[in-house]
Design a protein around this ligand. Structure first.
Ligand code: MN
Length: 198
């Protein structure tokens, strides 16, 4: 069960750049709502596993992704703000920014423009892509697009038609039942072991 984070500063600490009124609403009402709803969703998923009735699975997986990503992004957001004391990217981060964005200004402009251009509700994000050893600026619509930010995949199964249609036609369940026979747990175990040590 998620408890949620404590704000690492008082509610008025970001004044005047981020008002106490806004932060109070954002943290005490909206953020806590995401924590509560993630916990409720986890509870419903547990009941679902226990009673074996998965008819509501699509809705619950969507809720898990939406509320859970809302929790994670807000925590990253609250924790990457702080009282207006001068700070700057480390030498290590700056070198990477220069490598990936040309210079700091290139990064800053891309983040600002990407954030402005987010359609409806969403986020601007600087992300580390371990697979590419590269920083990227991303937009996010809503909180999730059906993932949890920062997750490291441990086991994946391709559900695009190209991965099963020729053999299983529309019978995804047959494909998935067969999948267990060709699943390499040695690789999954290794990924898990690496992921939890990061
Ligand atoms: Mn928010």
């Amino acid at each position: 069960m998620l408890k949620g984070i404590e704000l690492p500063y008082p509610l008025n600490a970001l004044e005047p750049y981020y008002s106490m009124e806004t932060l109070k609403l954002h943290y005490e009402v909206l953020y806590k709502g995401y924590v509560d709803n993630t916990n409720k969703t986890e509870e419903k998923l547990k009941q679902m596993r226990q009673n074996g009735d998965f008819s509501n699975i699509k809705c619950l997986e969507k809720n898990l992704s939406f509320f859970g990503s809302g929790v994670i992004l807000h925590e990253l957001f609250f924790e990457n703000m702080g009282p207006a004391i001068p700070s700057s990217p480390s030498l290590e981060l700056m070198e990477q920014m220069i490598k990936d964005f040309g210079n700091f200004e290139g990064f800053r402009k891309q983040l600002i423009e990407a954030s402005i251009a987010v359609e409806a509700s969403g986020w601007g994000i600087l992300a580390w892509v371990p697979r590419w050893n590269k920083l990227q600026v991303l937009q996010c619509e809503k909180h999730q697009n059906l993932t949890l930010w920062g997750c490291i995949p441990i086991l994946v199964v391709d559900m695009w038609e190209h991965s099963y249609y020729l053999q299983y036609h529309t019978k995804r369940v047959d494909y998935l039942n067969a999948f267990w026979n060709i699943l390499n747990w040695n690789e999954v175990n290794k990924r898990f072991s690496n992921a939890i040590r990061k």
